[in-house]
Ligand binder design. Structure first.
Ligand code: PGA
Length: 248
């Protein structure tokens, strides 16, 4: 599998014009990239337009609901996303958990996404307090256990995990690759072959170290993905590292 670089635009940008500009700039910048799979997750409302801006960038959503249809005001179903050419969907992001999303809800969303043939990117991570108390690995284990409850092993082939320490998200204070590697090795034992991404203040300067040093299979990039040049640099740096790695 190629490393996965996922842009999470969150609730940005403010207009469709800006969203198209950002997408097109990234598209131009990465057109010769072969070693990396690039995914952009814009707000729902931009998906219908962006899907027609043909490129080798894959589309993802930032959330989905667990039912296919019905009286669920404000929700979007996995098959609706599939119909808009989404291949991926972020589920259980800490910013959604903070709004009240529970592990039980996340579990239902993952099952529904896989049934609709989407690839869920499940976000897990510990708070600063849990980290200070040395509870990181326990917290992650609990989240995995609950979020993947009763998922059959075949479904796991479609899953991606993103390790996103909460204290590193949007703070400019990334988890050092050395610390992230310890978590990676722990997760790798539990998750067998499931790809694991790192997320939390990833940028063009630290991107390669998470792949090279900490051995993650990719990145989930928030803030740095809103600046086309910065995001292109993230992708290019990883692509370059992979080319070089193949040569030696
Ligand atoms: P950040 O966000 O890169 O801005 O820290 C990552 C995320 O929340 O997915």
């Amino acid at each position: 599998m190629k490393p996965l670089i996922v842009a999470n635009w969150k609730m940005n940008p403010q207009s469709l014009v800006e969203a198209k500009q950002l997408f097109n700039s990234v598209k131009r910048g990465i057109k010769n990239i072969k070693n990396v799979e690039i995914v952009i997750c814009p707000p729902f409302i931009y998906l219908s337009n962006i899907q027609y801006l043909k490129s080798n960038i894959k589309l993802g959503a930032q959330d989905c609901f667990w039912s296919e249809r019905g009286a669920f005001t404000g929700e979007i179903s996995p098959s609706m996303l599939k119909n808009f050419n989404c291949k991926y969907v972020i589920i259980g992001h800490s910013e959604r958990r903070k709004l009240g999303e529970t592990d039980e809800m996340i579990n239902k969303k993952i099952k529904a996404a896989i049934s609709a043939k989407l690839k869920p990117i499940l976000c897990i991570g510990e708070t600063e307090k849990e980290r200070r108390k040395g509870k990181t690995l326990q917290v992650l284990k609990n989240q995995i256990k609950k979020d993947l409850n009763h998922l059959i092993s075949q479904s796991l082939n479609h899953l991606i995990i993103a390790y996103e320490p909460l204290w590193a998200i949007g703070t400019g204070n990334p988890c050092e690759p050395k610390e992230a590697k310890k978590v990676y090795l722990f997760l790798r034992k539990i998750l067998k072959k499931i790809p694991i991404l790192y997320g939390g203040s990833a940028n063009s300067e630290n991107a390669t170290s998470y792949i090279q040093e900490a051995k993650f299979q990719g990145l989930l990039v928030g803030g740095a993905s809103l600046n086309a040049q910065e995001f292109i640099k993230v992708v290019k740096n990883i692509d370059l590292f992979l080319k070089f790695d193949k040569m030696v």
